[in-house]
Each structure stands twice: as C-alpha cells, then as structure tokens.
Write a protein that binds this ligand. Structure first.
Ligand code: COA
Length: 210
C-alpha cells in the first residue's frame, strides 16, 4: 500500500515511528521514548541548601542528636559553593512533584596508606521515598565521582544501632573497620580544638615555621 504524501500524514508517520523505533520515510531514525524516570540525582545548586539543611536536621533527629546541629542554609551555601568547596552535595529529586527527597554530602581527603580517599559525611532519603533505590544510587554517584578523581577508598561512619543501613553496606561489599580492625572514631570539637590549637608554641624546645 502506497503512502500519501501530505504533510499531516508525515507527522502521523513520525509519531508511529516513535512508538515502533523504526526509520521514518523522512530518513530519521527515531528511538522509542524513554519511560519517564521517577527520580533525578544531580549536583546541588545554591538554592537547594534550604532543603538540604532541613534533611540534615531530619537525619540528626533520626540519630537522636539534633541538639548538635549548628548548620544553616547560608553557612552550607558558603562552604559548598566557594572557590575551593569544603563539601560536595548531591540531591535526589522526585520527577512527579519536583520535590527534593534526599541528599548525600561528601568531601575529598587523603590517607597515607592508600592515597586519595572520599569521605561521605551524610546519606539521607526521606521516609516516603525509601526502598526505591535512591540510597544506593546516591552512594553509587559518590563512588563514581571518587573513582573519576582517582580515589581508591570511600569512608563513612554509621551508628552501631543503625542496623538496616549496616546490612545494606555489607551487601555492597563495604568493610566495618570498627568490627574488623577495632578502629574507633575520634573527634576534637570546637572549644577543645581551639584550646588545643592555642597551645601551639607552648613548648620552648620546638620552633614553628608554618
Ligand atoms: C539508609 C537510607 C539512606 C537508604 O535509602 P533507600 O533509598 O531506602 O535505599 P535503597 O532503596 O537504595 O536501599 C534500600 C535498602 O536499604 C535497606 N534499608 C535501610 N534502612 C531502610 C529504611 N529505613 N527503609 C527502607 N529500607 C531501608 C533495605 O534493606 C533496602 O535493601 P533491599 O532493597 O535490598 O531490601 C535510608 O533508609 C535513610 O535515609 N535512612 C535514615 C538515615 C540513615 O540511616 N542514613 C545512613 C546513615 S549512615
């Protein structure tokens, strides 16, 4: 059966080619439309900092440590979007609602044994969107960036009672070094950090040229 040559029939043919993934009479190869993805993971923009700080607080609340959070959107924006960022931020966005539903934060560090290392500080997906693969995908995105920057190691910490994520990390192939090698996490927080730093030079036998 011959084809009619009017422009409208060409349009209909183009549309039917989209459905069946074939070459149209106009010689254009048209692929089947990709089904709309439910979520998008992307680098954060400065305007995402308000949502991210909301999630930082939700995560801290889940960890029963909300009283320790001093972060504000302005502080996060200043640290993430400066010339040499202190932190990299990824967000997961729901395609249907255009709402931000999760995030991960990470930064680059260095280990004297293995060299370039990525440290993932936070991983959070809002409760209604869990179980859809976002947590895994956010971690894969961090891992991909790290591999592209030549890192050979990804570090993060998890609370001992947070068993479901611990199981997820084990399934991914991650080692729990507290259990395996007995490492414990040590921090010097602001007041003691400043006190300690102020003692530089207190030992007369040691000079500094920093
Ligand atoms: C951990 C977390 C980021 C996982 O996000 P997610 O989008 O549900 O992750 P995925 O869909 O990729 O994987 C879900 C897997 O994690 C496990 N999981 C861990 N905690 C879960 C939770 N609260 N709800 C659902 N699944 C959870 C499930 O067993 C699931 O594995 P499965 O699909 O093989 O059954 C999310 O549960 C979360 O934000 N939890 C609270 C904060 C937290 O613990 N963050 C990690 C701190 S180290």
């Amino acid at each position: 059966m011959g084809h009619s040559a009017d422009p409208l029939s060409c349009v209909f043919e183009l549309i039917s080619c989209i459905q069946v993934n074939k070459r149209s009479r106009l010689g254009v190869l048209i692929r089947k439309p990709i089904p709309m993805a439910s979520y998008m993971i992307r680098k954060a923009k400065p305007e995402d900092c308000v949502d991210i700080v909301g999630f930082i607080k939700e995560l801290a609340e889940y960890q029963c440590m909300l009283d320790q959070v001093d972060m504000t959107p302005a502080k996060l924006e200043a640290d993430a979007f400066c010339t040499e960022p202190f932190v990299n931020l990824l967000v997961a966005v729901c395609s249907k609602s255009n709402q931000t539903v999760g995030y991960s934060s990470f930064s680059y560090t260095y280990g004297s044994w293995k060299g370039r290392t990525v440290y993932m500080d936070d991983l959070y997906v809002s409760p209604q969107h869990r179980g859809a693969g976002l947590g895994t995908s956010l971690m894969q995105a961090v891992a991909k960036s790290a591999v592209e920057r030549g890192c050979n190691r990804m570090n993060w910490i998890v609370l001992s009672w947070n068993t479901r994520p611990k199981e997820l990390y084990a399934r991914m192939g991650a080692d729990n070094l507290s259990e395996k090698e007995g490492w414990q996490s040590i921090s010097l927080f602001q007041d003691n950090l400043e006190l300690f730093a102020d003692k530089l030079g207190a030992n007369p036998k040691i000079l500094f040229d920093l």
